[in-house]
Design a protein around this ligand. Structure first.
Ligand SMILES: [Zn+2]
Length: 208
């Protein structure tokens, strides 16, 4: 409230410039608190000095305050703590879950996750398991298989295409994992569930 009138200026200043990009790439601490940057692909925001891996320019958004980044649902980085507060473990686990949910179709390793979510692989694995009860790799597998289940019953896509679309280009491995987690092969799962639900073709309805 006391800052009424400053929002337009903020919006103008909250743009990427060569100078800001340089500060981000060089982790320049002299720019800390002058601006913050958020990375769209991770949902995390940082101080310019953060030692995390340099993001891709096109994924970066600039904010003039931590408050604005929070207001747009970005979460504070665990490493550089842009809000000045220590990030609780459960919030970090939440960030990791969010990252997996958004990127399960990509190649994901513990190292990629640690890089993107700003921590060491060891620490990430330990914290994630402590909070959620399962390892990050188990969560990645569950996410992929759940997504594949929805595709098996909701589409006519080939099993190899479904495997690929959930980040598992190796179809035999996908089938093995699917069976391990669900007790059925993808083909069995599809057949079984299509018998359960009447095949529906969406031709009517939705006439707006
Ligand atoms: Zn950071």
């Amino acid at each position: 409230m006391p800052e009424a009138g400053t929002y337009k200026i903020d919006a103008y200043e909250a743009r990427m410039t060569d100078e800001k990009w340089c500060a981000i790439v060089n982790n320049d601490a002299s720019y800390d608190d002058k601006f913050f940057y958020a990375v769209k692909t991770t949902g995390i925001f940082c101080r310019p000095s953060c030692k995390s891996k340099a993001p891709k320019l096109e994924n970066v958004r600039i904010f003039s305050s931590a408050r604005e980044a929070l207001a747009e649902s970005f979460r504070p980085c665990k490493r550089c703590r842009p809000t000045g507060e220590r990030l609780p473990d459960y919030e970090w686990a939440d960030q990791i879950v969010h990252y997996i949910d958004m990127n399960y179709s990509e190649k994901l390793t513990l190292e990629t996750l640690a890089d993107m979510c700003h921590g060491s692989p060891y620490h990430l694995q330990r914290t994630f398991k402590k909070v959620t009860g399962i390892t990050p790799v188990e969560y990645i597998q569950q996410t992929r298989i759940n997504k594949a289940k929805a595709d098996l019953t909701g589409s006519r896509k080939q099993i190899s295409d479904i495997a690929l679309s959930v980040g598992m280009p190796n179809t035999p491995y996908f089938i093995t994992l699917f069976k391990k987690l669900t007790g059925q092969t993808p083909a069995e799962y599809r057949q079984f569930n299509q018998q359960m639900t009447k095949p529906e073709v969406h031709r009517s309805g939705n006439k707006n």
